[in-house]
Design a protein around this ligand. Structure first.
Ligand code: ING
Length: 300
């Protein structure tokens, strides 16, 4: 067996004016709690260093770039990397990345217990819209502020297994999970900032928690992988973000779920060998998958 304890460190709201060192202090407190509870890995949310700024229309330039990190680690996040090395715990962190050549990504990294970055992912499915849309109670301008990720969905050797990442809206797309599954992912880390109100279809607002669980449970089951999905939650600058962070088994079962909308650490023991229960049987890709038939047939 390849057992270890994983922690999902759900964040409550981060205020617009909250400085990064305040958010990092909250992350460090939860990293300590995760370690105290025996975790080898702690998963933090998407865009975990700042408020969810795509909810506002912001002109390109310094006012927008203030929300991005130009290097990682940096002065604000160094304490987190130092603590991880000191405690000997790995972590996943989502943040807004501004590259030296001026590219903007919604990014996540995996950092080993040695405090070194082991892997990076840049969000591919960017939801929302490009222009300020006055009819909306709040904006969702990820398509305006981020470029589509250019790294694919890589899988990294870590903690004795194969770990992958995706980010928020990615989890809704079966292709995300299948590409990770085909890459051999045994545990997928993802963060999310999901408003309870989806302006184009408000009749679905009451389904946001359900759709979160549905997406992660299906993705895990249909690819025989563990999943750790972690929210930035709560009433953040007037916008309610769902909580509902979950740890899901390769069977699709939820093995741990957050019960608040604030900073909350949930833990579960994962056994990466359990992926074989699914991958050697019902979803044995080599034996049962028929990719040559996966072509949309239009009616004659
Ligand atoms: N947030 C939301 C998400 O995909 C969204 C956007 C909400 C899309 C509800 C569709 C329905 O969870 C991010 N950051 O992707």
């Amino acid at each position: 067996s390849r057992k270890f304890t994983v922690a999902a460190a759900q964040l409550g709201p981060i205020a617009k004016e909250e400085p990064r060192n305040s958010a990092v202090a909250r992350l460090c407190a939860m990293m300590r709690e995760a370690k105290a509870r025996g975790a080898a890995l702690v998963v933090f949310p998407e865009l975990a260093l700042t408020t969810f700024f795509p909810r506002w229309f912001i002109e390109a330039g310094p006012e927008l770039d203030q929300w991005f990190e130009t290097e990682m680690p940096n002065d604000a996040t160094a304490p987190l990397f130092t603590l991880a090395k000191q405690l000997g715990i790995g972590f996943h962190l989502g943040y807004a990345e501004l590259t030296p050549d001026g590219h903007h990504y919604n990014t996540a990294i995996l950092v080993g217990p040695d405090g070194e970055i082991a892997g990076k992912y840049r969000k591919i499915h960017l939801p929302g819209h490009w222009e300020n849309e006055e009819w909306r109670p709040f904006q969702h301008l990820e398509k305006r502020y981020f470029e589509k990720g250019d790294l694919g969905w890589p899988v990294f050797d870590m903690l004795g297994g194969k770990l992958g990442m995706c980010i928020c809206n990615d989890r809704r797309w079966p292709e995300t999970w299948r590409v990770l599954g085909l890459g051999g992912a045994e545990l997928v880390c993802l963060g999310y900032n999901t408003p309870i109100h989806f302006a184009p279809a408000p009749e679905h607002d009451h389904l946001q928690y359900f759709h979160n669980e549905l997406s992660v449970m299906a993705g895990c089951y249909q690819n025989g992988t563990w999943g750790v999905a972690v929210a930035k939650a709560g009433l953040e600058e007037g916008s309610v973000l769902i909580g509902g962070s979950v740890i899901v088994a390769p069977t699709g079962e939820i093995v741990a779920k957050a019960s608040t909308s604030g900073d909350e650490v949930i833990c579960a023991e994962v056994d990466l060998d359990r992926c074989a229960e699914i991958r050697a049987n019902v979803f044995n890709f080599e034996e049962h998958r028929e990719p040559q038939d996966y072509l949309p047939i239009t009616a004659p």
